[in-house]
Ligand binder design. Structure first.
Ligand code: NAP
Length: 307
């Protein structure tokens, strides 16, 4: 029986573990793949305080991981498929189901993060792995001296478009509005790079090709003018979907599947806390994920002392 099981080893889960370890709680992290979470899909992070000029996400993850290990918390690789609870001695005990052995804990911190949302247009599913990608860091080297399109106008799309200019010949940035949602500093950087060609007020209607991506059909939303843009790669960054399907019915979520918490990270079930990109909130950043994780561990500690 653990005091606390943290599900997910991204920045939120690792920060929760660091604090739980320092409270000397008997804590375990369950992670389905490897520590790091979504940030490992980006090459570097420029807005985490304390690292002027930025830090590679690989190095930041390694530092988080080391600090967690030093606080005495272990990570086990296991995918959690269900969480339920029963009462023992008047307090809830959580049963955590994985493909391997089951686990039990007096509390759960859900830090399962989110994944890229698909765009849902014709050709998208057909060409996954054959020109369509949701991760520039993983796939950019495949597009050396080729033309690629990036879809989206948020931080992720602009960051990844900039990264792709290190490989591709031309990067078409296709966004459905004139204004970009991304932070101004990223937009300014992207606009200063000649290789990035902005197609604004534009929607991609279809991705076409024989065996691989060869072109996209782009329609200008204001004029209805349609054109074909020749490209060999399409990178889709149109937002995130939380990895919370396995908790449906157990915790309250919003219509997008983001877990509803209070400011103490308490979820709707007593003894369960949620932090990071899987919860409903205003700002999805590494720094806010870490802050959420710290608050979740603090709230669980308070809860445990009281129950
Ligand atoms: P995001 O901020 O939600 O942006 C999604 C973009 O996709 C928006 O520009 C949106 O257009 C567009 N979009 C959504 N649905 C679309 C559709 N059906 N067709 C065409 N375009 C569509 O998502 P994100 O960029 O993936 O980032 C996720 C979160 O992580 C954000 O909160 C972001 O700030 C954060 N993040 C931060 C950093 C950083 O600070 N370094 C890096 C990466 C991510 P509209 O603008 O018109 O809605």
């Amino acid at each position: 029986m653990y005091d606390l099981i943290i599900v997910g080893a991204g920045p939120a889960g690792l920060a929760a573990a660091l604090y739980a370890g320092r409270y000397r709680l008997n804590t375990l992290i369950l992670e389905k793949m490897a520590a790091g979470g979504q940030i490992v899909l980006s090459p570097s992070i420029e807005n985490f305080p304390g690292f002027p000029g930025g830090i590679s996400t690989e190095e930041l993850t390694a530092r988080f991981h080391k600090q967690v290990e030093d606080s005495g918390v272990k990570i086990e690789i296991a995918e959690v498929s269900a969480v339920s609870s029963h009462i023992e001695g008047g307090s809830p005990v959580f049963d955590i189901k994985t493909e391997g052995r089951p686990y039990q804990a007096r509390g759960v911190v859900v830090a399962v993060g989110a994944r890229a949302k698909p765009l849902g247009i014709a050709g998208e599913t057909k060409f996954i792995g054959r020109g369509i990608s949701y991760c520039a860091t993983c796939d950019a080297p495949l597009f050396r001296n080729k033309d690629v399109a990036v879809i989206g106008g948020g931080d992720r799309a602009i960051e990844e478009a900039i990264f792709l200019t290190g490989y591709a010949r031309t990067v078409y940035l296709v966004h459905r509005r004139q204004e970009l949602r991304a932070s101004q500093i990223l937009v300014e950087k992207a606009k200063s790079i000649a290789k990035i060609n902005f197609l604004l007020d534009s929607a991609v209607e279809e991705i076409q090709g024989q065996d691989k991506v060869e072109r996209i059909l782009v329609k200008n939303i204001k004029t209805n003018a349609a054109k074909q843009v020749s490209c060999q790669g399409v990178f889709i960054f149109v937002g995130i979907t939380p990895n919370t399907d396995f908790l449906k019915g157990f915790l309250e979520m919003d219509e997008g599947g983001f877990i509803v918490t209070d400011q103490q990270m308490k979820a709707s079930t007593q003894g369960v806390f949620a932090c990071g990109d899987c919860r409903q909130k205003a700002l999805y950043q590494v720094i806010t994920a870490c802050a959420d994780g710290a608050v979740a561990a603090h709230s669980f500690h308070k809860y445990l002392v009281r129950t």
